[in-house]
Design a protein. Structure first.
Length: 460
């Protein structure tokens, strides 16, 4: 295994991914020469370029900077989403470079410090970002590798060199989280996903249990109550949490005041009263219970937790408001799993009772659509009106017979349409919008600005 102390240059294949970009920023900030390739120019890759990282968008070994043409002290990091026949990847393999997956490098970095790792098929970005924010505001400090852009930190990377702590997401895709050996771990959910990797839900559960077994025996496991975790996999200090069910940590006295949630946290021998969360949705109250519980276990003071939580501003593309008036609301959300969609839509319904909710959903991956079509249809049926886009393929090739239609025909609401992306704005132009939410993990976020302009023009 490579020693990171000897690295002078780091090259990233797929640098625009949220996890890859955090690592690229880490190496850049710590004084390494950093460059990379991505298939598409995005706001995030443009930010990296503005920070001084050289990025190109054509798969060509000729475009690799001259300084990276030597394998000596050069690290090459790639995402598992990159196809095996990728030209630059083949070049580096042929010339004996040190090649590592993103998860392997994250594992090396986190082993140098005490790690809090947040796993789960949904919720991990919000919980990890909340924890990093609380630790920072409380003066405990941390380094953090986040799966979204924190509005407080304005980045997916937090670097506080003097801190002995690191907070990171523990991603189950490609079994990446098995590279982590944290002091404390959180598991938020174990709903079936990534069955193209695992084959079935039982194999995915086994991987989560393996991750849990890698938590320091002197550390903590905090898990959502009711998850199928084997007792022999657990560390010595185990705690459960939930929104309101009987568990070690839970929210009580939840109230909605001016569309802002307030609640008390009950825990083992403690109660924190009058916690307040600007980030909307009951699902985020549950996420806050997990984050606050971990902060309590790490010894952060109650008033410090209360103050920090109140100032938490959220994450881009997580229940992210773009228009918010009395008559028109537009929210963008990353939800791409049926359970996430259900939780988000129930939160929207509670916040805006009596208003018509229109959802635009872009399915992500052919395999996920195939495996979870029934569940997607059930969760999307919580809408008043559905606009369904084509599947975003990401790393996958099309599968015969798998289109958005297999979700569409099972959605049980009268107002539903399918459309191409180039038809979307025209459809919205003719629509009477009260509450609109865009949902998905593909490139649907490219529509947030034009949709925002359209709705603001209509409101004005």
């Amino acid at each position: 295994m490579i020693s990171l102390d000897n690295i002078k240059r780091a090259y990233f294949i797929g640098i625009g991914g949220i996890g890859m970009s955090a690592l690229a920023r880490y190496f850049h900030v710590t004084g390494k020469d950093v460059a990379g390739y991505d298939r598409t120019s995005t706001d995030l890759t443009r930010q990296l370029s503005d920070e001084g990282i050289a990025i190109h968008y054509e798969d060509s070994p000729d475009l690799i900077p001259v300084s990276f043409r030597s394998s000596v002290n050069t690290l090459v990091v790639y995402t598992p989403a990159v196809p095996a026949d990728h030209g630059e990847l083949a070049f580096f393999k042929a010339h004996s470079y040190d090649l590592y997956k993103r998860s392997q490098i994250l594992g090396l970095i986190t082993r140098q410090k005490k790690t809090v790792a947040v796993a789960g098929t949904h919720g991990k970005t919000t919980v990890s970002t909340m924890i990093a924010h609380i630790m920072t505001k409380a003066g405990m400090g941390c380094n953090a590798f986040l799966g979204g852009i924190s509005k407080n930190f304005k980045s997916n990377l937090v670097l506080q060199a003097k801190s002995d702590w690191v907070v990171t997401e523990a991603d189950e895709y490609d079994r990446s989280f098995l590279q982590l050996f944290p002091f404390a771990g959180i598991v938020t959910a174990m709903d079936p996903d990534h069955l193209d990797i695992y084959g079935d839900a039982a194999s995915m559960d086994e991987a989560f249990n393996q991750f849990i077994s890698q938590i320091d025996r002197r550390g903590y496991l905090l898990m959502k109550k009711g998850l199928p975790v084997r007792k022999e996999a657990m560390p010595s200090q185990i705690f459960t949490y939930s929104l309101e069910d009987a568990s070690d940590f839970r929210a009580v006295n939840i109230r909605l005041i001016n569309r802002r949630y307030c609640f008390d946290l009950a825990g083992p021998g403690i109660q924190l009263n009058d916690l307040s969360l600007e980030h909307p949705g009951l699902v985020n109250v549950e996420n806050a219970v997990a984050a606050v519980a971990m902060a309590v276990l790490l010894g952060i003071g109650h008033q410090q937790i209360r103050t920090a939580l109140e100032s938490f501003s959220g994450i881009q593309r997580r229940f992210d408001y773009h228009v918010k008036t009395e008559k028109t609301v537009y929210i963008d959300d990353y939800a791409h799993h049926p359970k996430e969609i259900e939780a988000t839509l129930r939160s929207v319904r509670e916040l805006y009772p009596g208003m018509k909710i229109t959802g635009i959903f872009q399915p992500h991956l052919y395999t996920r659509t195939r495996d979870l079509a029934d569940d997607f249809a059930k969760s999307l049926s919580l809408l008043d009106r559905l606009i369904l886009l084509e599947i975003y393929p990401a790393r996958e090739m099309p599968l015969p017979g798998i289109t958005s239609q297999i979700i569409f025909r099972k959605v049980d609401i009268p107002e539903k349409i399918m459309c191409r992306k180039d038809e979307l704005l025209g459809i919205l132009q003719k629509s009477d919008i009260e509450v609109l939410i865009t949902l998905g993990a593909g490139d649907i976020d490219r529509f947030t600005e034009p949709i925002t302009r359209l709705l603001q023009k209509n409101v004005g």
